[in-house]
Write a protein that binds this ligand. Sequence first.
Ligand code: AMP
Length: 210
Amino acid sequence: MRIILIGPPGSGKGTQAKRIVDKLNIPHISSGDMLREAVSNETPLGKEVKSYMTKGALVPDNLVIKMMVERIGQPDARSGFLLDGFPRTLTQSEALDKALLTTNVRIDYVLLIKVPDEEIIERNTGRRIDLKTGQIYHLKFDPPPAEIASRVIQRDDDLEETVKYRLEKYHADTEPLIPYYEKQDLVRKVSGVGSLEEVKERLFKILVVS
Ligand code: AMP
């Protein structure tokens, strides 16, 4: 199955993506993870994109498209994949469609996780990461244990101003993808409000898995 997962930053997209790919045994292709890895490995791409990412701005389309089309072309993605964080602009969607056309495959579902803006802001700004284990906590919903509280950090792009900026970008750049994919009758919407388990159930129901 070929799936695109869309949702505002902090909608639980990454967590749900993991559950879906584990269930369907397809690769989880996250543009954000790939770009962060490029930055931390200081690759030429990483050096080029670092400043955009720190600001929470979108990386230029041509760079992301090249990276993702290459990734989708790898053997493990031949029989299916879940795209997380890509496409994020109409230009990226069109480039993806073009790339898929050359291999004669189609997207099966565009899953949209909907969460109100106020909740997105609260979720993102409270998020903390344990530098040692990579574990993600939330100051209010899932506070880190006392012994590690001193070593958790806030991701630069989780700062309040940055979150608001990313949300604006989501509304402006990514939401236009919804009518684009609605025209192809691919969009399935679920509410992202509720427990992770509840949201997972909503998504699994659409994909007809349990
Ligand atoms: P994410 O983890 O998906 O929130 O992505 C983190 C950051 O990576 C974003 O704020 C952007 O700077 C960059 N990024 C990830 N995916 C894309 C994309 N499809 N297009 C442009 N920039 C992206």
